[in-house]
Design a protein around this ligand. Structure first.
Ligand SMILES: C[S@@+](CC[C@H](N)C(=O)[O-])C[C@H]1O[C@@H](n2cnc3c(N)ncnc32)[C@H](O)[C@@H]1O
Length: 308
C-alpha cells in the first residue's frame, strides 16, 4: 500500500515534466541566450523578452500573451520547435525579428525580412507625440521620409497625423517591396506614396512640412566592429562612408529646397553625432532627448538650414 502511494505520484511527475509550460520554455530559452552571449538590440534589450518573442512565435501565440496562455502546457513537438528557433538564433546570430518576420515600432507591427533594417529608431517616440512641441500637428499636410526601409517611420507618421500625406523614398527597390507590403497591411495606400529615389533626386518641385530621416550613418570602423547580428541587415541601410556622414551631408545640403516655410528637418545620426558636431560646429542643431532611451537625433528648421 505504501509503495503504491509512492509510485503513483512519481509517475505523474514524470509525465508532467515531459510537458513544460510556455513560461518554462521562455525561461529555458532566456538562459540559453544569456549563456551564448548573443547581442540584443533588434527590438529587445534582454534575454527574456528575446526568448519570449521566439517561443511565442514558434507556438503561434500572440506576442502579448496573457498569463493563462503562459501557463499552458506545451506538447513535446511544439517545445522542440521553440527550442530549435532559439538554437538558430544562437548558432546563426540571426536577429529575432528576421526569424519571426515581425517587428514593433511606435505601437504598430511591421513585416520585416533581411531586405530591410529592423525598426528600432528612437524617432518612434517623437512620432507618437505627433512631432509636438516642434510643430503644430494640425498644420502638417505633407511629410517626407528619406530612407524608408520597411516603411515604419512613414506609416507610423501617417497614422499619427491623419490629415497628412507621406512620401517615402528609398534607393533600394528590395526595401520598397517590403514597405509596399507594410503600407498594404496598414491600409495606407492612399496617403503613403513609395518612391524609388537616391535621396531627393526623384522629388524635384515637392515641398514638405516635415522631412524625417533615419539614414545610413555607420562609419567604416564602427561597421567592421558591429556584432554578427548586424551583418544580417542590408549594408546599404548601415554603411555611410568613412565617417558615417555621407548620407547626412546630402540631406543637410538638399533639405531646405524641399521644406516649406517653418518646415522641420529631423534626422537620426546615432553614434555619428560626434562626427557631425565636429564637421558642422556652427550648425544650430537641437539634439532631442527620449524617455525610452536612444539619442543622436537632431532637429533644424528650414530657416536655420538656409542661414547656415
Ligand atoms: C538606417 S535604414 C532606416 C530604415 C527605416 N527608415 C527605419 O528607420 O527602420 C536606412 C535606409 O536608407 C536607405 N538608403 C540608403 N542610401 C540611400 C539613398 N542614397 N537614398 C535613399 N535611401 C537610401 C536604405 O536602403 C535603408 O532602407
Amino acid at each position: 500500500m505504501r509503495e503504491l502511494f509512492h509510485t503513483r505520484p512519481r509517475a505523474g511527475r514524470a509525465r508532467g515534466a515531459a510537458a513544460p509550460s510556455v513560461r518554462l520554455l521562455i525561461e529555458r530559452g532566456a538562459r540559453r541566450l544569456k549563456r551564448a552571449g548573443v547581442c540584443f538590440g533588434h527590438g529587445t534589450d534582454n534575454a527574456r523578452d528575446e526568448a519570449a518573442s521566439l517561443v511565442l512565435h514558434a507556438l503561434g501565440l500572440p506576442h502579448a500573451a496573457r498569463p493563462a496562455q503562459l501557463a499552458r502546457r506545451v506538447r513535446a513537438a511544439d517545445a522542440r520547435r521553440a527550442a530549435a528557433l532559439i538554437t538558430r538564433r544562437i548558432r546563426e546570430r540571426i536577429p529575432a525579428p528576421y526569424l519571426t518576420g515581425v517587428a514593433g515600432f511606435a505601437g504598430l507591427r511591421f513585416h520585416v525580412d533581411p531586405r530591410v533594417l529592423i525598426p528600432r529608431s528612437p524617432l518612434a517616440e517623437l512620432i507618437e507625440r505627433r512631432f509636438a512641441p516642434w510643430i503644430d500637428p494640425e498644420r502638417v499636410r505633407r511629410v517626407l521620409d528619406v530612407g524608408t526601409g520597411s516603411g515604419c517611420i512613414a506609416i507610423a507618421t501617417a497614422r499619427a497625423l491623419p490629415r497628412a500625406r507621406v512620401d517615402a523614398v528609398d534607393v533600394s527597390p528590395a526595401a520598397l517591396a517590403v514597405a509596399r507590403r507594410n503600407v498594404r497591411r496598414h491600409r495606407l495606400g492612399r496617403r503613403v506614396r513609395l518612391i524609388e529615389s537616391d535621396h531627393f533626386r526623384a522629388l524635384r518641385g515637392n515641398t514638405y512640412d516635415i522631412i524625417v530621416s533615419n539614414p545610413p550613418y555607420v562609419g567604416a570602423r564602427e561597421l567592421r566592429e558591429l556584432p554578427p547580428e548586424y551583418r544580417h541587415e542590408p549594408r546599404v541601410a548601415l554603411a555611410a562612408g568613412r565617417s558615417g556622414l555621407d548620407s547626412v551631408r546630402v540631406i543637410l545640403r538638399e533639405a531646405a529646397r524641399h521644406l516649406r516655410p517653418r518646415g522641420l528637418l529631423v534626422v537620426e545620426v546615432g553614434n555619428s553625432e560626434h562626427a557631425l558636431r565636429r564637421a558642422f560646429p556652427r550648425l544650430p542643431c537641437v539634439w532631442l532627448e527620449f524617455e525610452r532611451g536612444g539619442g543622436g537625433v537632431f532637429l533644424l528648421t528650414r530657416e536655420q538650414l538656409q542661414a547656415h
